[in-house]
Design a protein around this ligand. Structure first.
Ligand code: UD1
Length: 438
């Protein structure tokens, strides 16, 4: 398993280009199952989860071509398998996103229940309830969800769906299912994340009739069939936020290109409160540096978009170890998302955990240590902590970070970080330009 070795203490300086959003690419790739025509997606990041999703689509019978590294042309003309198996779903929960499209187009789908993951139990009950409202028959068989379109009609039926909780992939799954349902579907308390809006834009390009994406109420007028489309994936707002923190935590100065500042509005305003200077140079460029007054502790509570994203909680906690004063970090989305805290404690951080609340006292001098990455965003947090820690930090199990960050060590190195990937296999001798490519 690969590791990162980081020698901290270098302020970052330079330009970084932000990749396409993983969490938008995954549903958009699944949406290609809704039509026999080609769907071309540009700006898909080159990360492990995308390779996993591609494999799943190919296993189902779709053809996936990559004329360029970040362009995927998906044609689901000959789907022969209607199942997302346990082995795939357990490595990537987002593979449950094939459920809605398969059921809507073919009237049947079988998807493994995801079970627990490192950040807590993550059920899909709301996806299943919603599909039942659309008339699907849903059964649980040996750890699998087996869903069928209503007997006799063969097609899902538009309905009113009220989500008890805001769920991102739940909204996306139901949104895709509703595009081919008969009649109108209205989703209440829908997720408002930019990735949901991006998916709706792709679906509308394919001929769907979706309105209201980005608001809590989404309506979909079902159509008989969808057609070909070409779409460019939005920039990754979590990668953007991670690099904003990277500049601030190292006392450096970065220009982030190819991002969408409006998608990171809450993170940007919270970082500004905490003493980070962020300038919106134009609609796709941010300039960031630590303010002259230093970093100040500020509290956050993670909540669904447009509030502070849970996917930035770990990185923000790393920053707060360097801020003056006490910050209170509340995690309301997932019940077990503080694993990075105990790793940072081993570097000297003063963090007390009480249930879903973390209390961070700063600033402290972090010292390098040997650390274990536990999940995707926690690994980003440990990299950030390593960048500011004195001495050497080794982060094990970086396959977690490879799931969602494109060449993070190459990007960090290009702006002055002392970070390298230690490979355990024969590829250890690859030249530097190859290192970081999965
Ligand atoms: C998505 C993101 C993930 C992010 C999360 C929260 C993708 C691929 N992943 O995950 O990066 O951390 O949103 O913004 O886009 N819940 C239920 N029942 C359900 C579904 C969800 O109780 O059927 C609960 C979950 O346990 C959690 C909350 O709702 O407490 C939010 O989960 P959800 O928005 O569904 O997260 P994901 O879509 O899995």
């Amino acid at each position: 398993m690969d590791k990162f070795r980081i020698t901290g203490g270098r302020p970052l300086a330079g330009r970084v280009s932000i990749s396409g959003a993983k969490n938008s690419s995954l549903p958009c790739m699944a949406a290609a199952l809704l039509t026999a025509e080609p769907v071309v997606l540009h700006n898909v990041p080159y990360v492990r989860d995308i390779i996993t999703q591609r494999r799943l689509l190919e296993d189902l019978g779709a053809t996936v071509l990559t004329p360029e590294l970040r362009t995927h042309k998906i044609t689901a003309a000959h789907i022969e398998v209607f199942e997302a198996p346990y082995d795939l779903v357990k490595t990537m929960r987002a593979s449950v996103l094939v459920l809605g499209p398969l059921l809507a187009r073919f009237g049947k789908a079988k998807v493994s229940l995801p079970g627990g993951c490192a950040i807590g139990t993550r059920p899909i009950d709301l996806h299943l309830e919603g599909l039942q409202h659309l008339g699907a028959e849903v059964n649980l068989e040996a750890g699998y969800v087996v869903a069928r379109a209503p007997a006799g009609r063969g097609r899902l039926q538009g309905a009113e769906i009220h989500f008890d909780k805001v769920t991102v992939t739940g909204t996306e799954n139901l949104l895709m299912a509703a595009t081919l349902a008969e009649g109108k579907t209205t989703m209440h308390n829908a997720a408002r994340e930019p990735e949901v809006v991006d998916l709706a834009e792709l679906l509308n390009r394919m001929g769907a009739r979706v309105r209201g994406a980005g608001t809590p109420t989404i309506t979909v007028e079902g159509v008989e069939a969808l057609g070909p489309a070409e779409h460019t994936i939005i920039p990754d707002r979590i990668e953007t936020g991670t690099f904003l923190v990277a500049a601030a935590i190292t006392g450096g100065e970065l220009e982030l290109r190819d991002c969408r500042p409006e998608h990171s509005a809450t993170v940007i305003s919270k970082l500004r409160e905490a003493g980070v200077e962020i300038e919106e140079v134009n609609q796709s460029t941010l300039h960031v540096r630590r303010g002259a007054g230093g970093l100040r502790a500020r509290d956050i509570t993670t909540e669904p978009h447009p509030r502070f994203p849970t996917d930035m909680q770990a990185q923000y906690m790393a920053l707060m170890t360097q801020a003056e004063g006490r910050s209170v970090i509340k995690e309301t989305i997932f019940e077990n998302r503080f694993m990075h805290a105990s790793e940072m404690q081993r570097m000297g951080a003063r963090i007390a955990i009480d249930g879903r609340t973390a209390i961070v006292d700063g600033p402290v001098h972090l010292t390098g240590a040997r650390l274990q990455a536990s999940d995707l965003r926690a690994s980003a947090c440990l990299v950030l902590a390593g960048l500011v820690a004195a001495g050497e930090t080794i982060i094990e199990r970086v396959y977690h970070i490879d799931r969602g960050y494109e060449k993070i060590e190459a990007k960090l190195r290009s702006v002055g970080a002392d970070i390298e990937r230690l490979r355990e296999s024969v590829t250890a001798s690859l030249p530097p330009t190859e290192i970081g490519v999965l």
